[in-house]
Design a protein around this ligand. Structure first.
Ligand SMILES: Cc1cc2nc3c(=O)[nH]c(=O)nc-3n(C[C@H](O)[C@H](O)[C@H](O)COP(=O)(O)O)c2cc1C
Ligand code: SF4
Length: 510
């Protein structure tokens, strides 16, 4: 009989919940019982409440058990779990779970399924089909496919990816670069990390397609330094892609050459802002550059540079594989395709949900998230990271769509959703927004550098009931100055959480 294939995730969240001990226990128990197994360390399926999740390839298909602690392992063997045997932790096929079944996994199609390091496994599950199609195409046609698909940047600003690529394509230069923004600094976000840990070759493929599209031969992944597991996974995947001829000179005998390296970030939130990132990548202190010139014209080392988020790049292979129309058919309005949504905070079921745009916040919080973990009412959610507005229950029926969110003064950003129950102190959250900005400001412009510190002081005076009305007016004035006078979105958007907290939760400021 051939060895039973057993999957235990090596995703950071799974590891934090004990996946390493579980994997070791499975290996030890199999040895003890003389049972041959093939242990694969995959990415996470994104159902964090079930991690460490263990899957086996049983005669009837893939069967999952979870959450599996080391102490459960012996009983799993007793239950013959390798053949899909019954056990209290057996949940059946992941694809049959309602939480999973209704998702639209395009970008995350392979995450949690394949061996992240294996090029063969990647190809066996549809990988490199996009690049295979792109290699013989002229750059302008690749750019057109991305433009027609309606893909917009998933890093936060939602700028159309095809337009950015077209600018880089149109500039003459002896060297162009493709840079991936993998700094993922937003609170409550982890989709970049999960993708890089669970399917790093998808990012590698997306960046290679970008290189082929615009004529860039060198790529860099700027990875936040707090992601050691993603660092290892990316480097292993890149080495294997080189070995298999999917990176380097004349990829698979084509005219396209592309080299790729990973660089570790400098540990500052502002290094996620694209121009600071470029400074940091050049070895300088990360500080925001004035625009223009755009990075697309004068980017890394002064050369034309495509800079995109991990998920933006990872959305490209499927567009080149299945066509622009296939991708564009998902979504609503001008928000096309899917968004890997990250559910975090006070929710029963946190994790990753990839859905077409158009799902409502309420569906995500209750149908997917299962309501609050504490059992208390969800009072507010912050969507889009630390610069996102605090949304009240009356806005929970808003559909996930860049324009629908903008219309109510909120933003989707990188798709992180952090839920708070009714014990949250919204004045404290507003103060935190200002404090975060003060700590993370790059210091280049006054409204942000000084304004955020003054903001903390003003909110403290409101809390202490010192000249309340006067200080509320000052806070409003200060927010306007930051919004309209800051050089980048850190200072410019910090007022959003503050003003929304004041507007929808005024009772906390009394
Ligand atoms: C303060 C600040 C922090 C940012 N952090 C990130 C980040 O961590 N990751 C990211 O992809 N984009 C981040 N961005 C957005 C980038 O500046 C830029 O828009 C993005 O890299 C473009 O890629 P995209 O078009 O694929 O989204 C940040 C922006 C600001 C203003
Ligand atoms: S808004 Fe803040 S982070 Fe942005 S350039 Fe100005 S000081 Fe730097």
């Amino acid at each position: 009989m051939s060895a039973v294939k057993v999957f235990v995730s090596r995703d950071t969240t799974a590891l934090a919940l004990g996946a390493e001990t579980t994997a070791r226990a499975i290996g030890d128990e199999a040895k003890k019982r003389g049972i041959e197994i093939e242990l694969v360390r995959n990415g996470s399926r994104g159902m964090f409440w079930l991690e460490p999740l263990v899957e086996v390839v049983a005669p009837t298909g893939r069967i999952a058990y979870g959450p599996v602690k080391a102490m459960d392992v012996a009983s799993l063997f007793d239950a013959n779990f390798g053949q899909g045997g019954m056990h209290a932790l057996r949940i059946g096929a992941v694809e049959d779970q309602p939480w999973f079944k209704n998702q639209n996994r395009l970008c995350f199609a392979r995450v949690g399924i394949t061996d992240p390091h294996s090029v063969d496994d990647y190809i066996a599950h549809g990988g490199y089909a996009g690049l295979r199609n792109a290699l013989p195409m002229v750059g302008a046609d690749i750019v057109k496919a991305v433009t027609d698909a309606g893909l917009r940047g998933r890093g936060g600003a939602a700028f159309p990816t095809g337009i950015k690529w077209n600018t880089v394509l149109g500039v003459q230069a002896d060297q162009k670069y493709v840079v991936c923004n993998a700094d993922e600094g937003d609170s409550g976000t982890f989709s970049d990390r999960m993708l890089m840990e669970g399917d790093p070759l998808c990012l590698v493929e997306g960046m290679t397609i970008a290189g082929a599209a615009v004529g860039a031969t060198q790529g860099y992944i700027y990875l936040r330094s707090e992601y050691p597991h993603a660092y290892r996974a990316l480097n292993a995947a890149i080495a294997n892609a080189y070995a298999a001829g999917w990176l380097g000179q004349n990829i698979r005998g084509s005219e396209v050459s592309f080299d790729l390296e990973v660089r570790l970030g400098a540990g500052a939130y502002i290094c996620g802002e694209e121009t600071s990132l470029l400074d940091s990548l050049e070895g300088k202190r990360g500080q925001v550059r004035f625009k223009p010139p755009l990075p697309a014209i004068k980017g890394l080392f002064g050369k034309p540079t495509v800079i995109n988020n991990v998920i933006s790049f990872a959305s490209v292979p499927i567009i080149l594989e299945k066509g622009a129309e296939f991708y564009r058919d998902y979504g609503v309005g001008r928000s096309r395709g899917t968004l890997p949504i990250q559910l975090a905070g006070n929710l029963k079921r946190t994790g990753l949900v990839e859905k077409a745009f158009g799902v409502t916040l309420r569906e995500l919080l209750y149908d997917y998230g299962g309501g609050s973990l504490s059992g208390r009412p969800i009072r507010s959610v912050q969507v889009g990271g630390p610069l996102g507005a605090y949304m009240p229950d009356s806005q929970f029926d808003t559909v996930l769509d860049y324009e629908a969110f903008a219309a109510i003064g909120a933003m989707l950003g990188h798709g992180g959703i952090v839920a708070f129950d009714d014990t949250v102190d919204m004045l404290e959250q507003a103060r935190y927004a200002m404090e975060f900005c003060a700590v993370e400001s790059c210091g280049k412009c006054t409204p942000c550098r000084i304004g955020s510190t003054r903001g903390v002081e003003v909110i403290d005076r409101i809390r202490a009931n010192i000249e309340r009305e006067k200080n509320l007016a000052t806070l409003d004035d200060l927010c306007n100055t930051m919004r309209f006078g800051s050089l980048c979105a850190l200072g410019g958007l910090t007022p959003d959480p503050v003003v929304s907290a004041l507007k929808y939760f005024a009772e906390d400021f009394v």
